[in-house]
Ligand binder design. Sequence first.
Ligand code: HEM
Length: 449
Amino acid sequence: MAEPDLRTPSAPPTAPGVHPKPFWSFRPRSDRESGDAVVSNFMLHWFPAKVSKASLDWSYSFWLGTASAALLLLLVLSGMPLLFLYVPSVERAYASVKDIEYVVTFGSWIRAVHRLSAHLMVVAVVLHLVRVFLTGAYKNGVGRGQRRPVNWVLGVAMLLLTLFLSFTGYLLPWDQLAYWAVTVGTNIASSIPWVGNTIRELLLGGREIDQPTLIRFYVLHVIALPGLLGILFVYHMWRVRKDGGLARADREGVLEQKAEAPPGPTKTYTLLGVARGQAPAIRASSLEARDTTVNAVPDLVRRAAIVVLGTIAVVGILSVFFRAPLEEPANALVTPNPAKAPWYFLWLQEIVTDTTVHIGSFTINGAFLGGVLLPGLLLTVLTLWPWWDKSPAAAAGVWLGQSRRRQNLVFLAVCVVILVFTFIGTFLRGPYWHFYWPWEAWPEIPGRI
Ligand code: HEM
């Protein structure tokens, strides 16, 4: 019997006696089956039925946004069992984490997965931002109703939330590492003139890191920040769809328009010298040549599944080898030397601790420079950049585009400086924030832990 033609609109969804598939097919036999998979499936229906082929290239986006989303998912999944076991009280927090680490079955692995995902998410989100900048993907292209700059601003907010989510988690184990990293971090905040101390007190729930701090950080960490990040993520994805997919898809539109400007050789006909037209066969084939899209199922879904499952597998395996640290219980009377902020704030600590600028009789101290002025300035410039970038729409979705060369170079230079400062703060700073090569031994300091 001849196969039913599933392309025709009148074809029944399933042949008589054949039961519909419970989920969806990774190998749809027609465009129609592929479209059906998207609209009939709750998890898939936020994808469009068709996507631009070029935007799926591994080397365009490196799928860093999807990897960031996978890490967020992993954080939620690994955080759930921890919620049942962790006690947010100054008296019991450390002991409950010690139990998770040494008593609970698979506890230390779950904790390692959570901690590693948090660190990797910071890395993935920053790399995603770098990719979006270097491809000019915050720019509107040729599509109608695009608001890519809005998605960029949303992204900046999501980066801040990611950092704050990680920072609030730092305190929860209530060990020396936690206590002093948060002390240093919140001290940076207190260097803001006039309002700095108020902000610090608001964050800590008092002057010292104590029970009110722990409960504030706990609520922010498990409810407020993930909830807000989740909402912004959904909005971020919705905007990607409303903007017509990734900026790379627009780039194809621009090229297409250019290509269309001088009409290519076509076969025309005249009917008795009265009517003129283009041969239908030629028009159809030129339309086909312009079809730069593929079905979301399976092309997009398969790649997204590879990235999500691959990220989960890599973190799961690495967590077997890299255990989450747990130091001595927090002790306000014993200050580690050096006391370091979490690694992603170390470039700021480097400036806070070591830089004082004199301009004539005017002095800007390091705390103000690294704690307020520089991060505030960078953040403002970063947020507003899409409105300052006046390069043509054709520069959107192009890696290191010629017309954006200067701004890409400045951006990369700032990234390198931040990276170098982070490296110095992490590996080359010892007691009293003195400089030591990695192979140099630190001097013995009485009472140092
Ligand atoms: C929790 C953090 C974030 C998650 C989970 C996330 C997720 C995603 C995903 C899945 C995409 C589509 C695919 C891709 O480009 O890989 C995307 C695109 C995009 N993201 Fe993010 N993102 C995050 C943070 C950011 C940040 C920090 C920025 C920039 C400040 C940003 C700006 C954008 C823009 C402009 C697009 C469209 C890119 C294009 O058209 O090529 N996102 N994001």
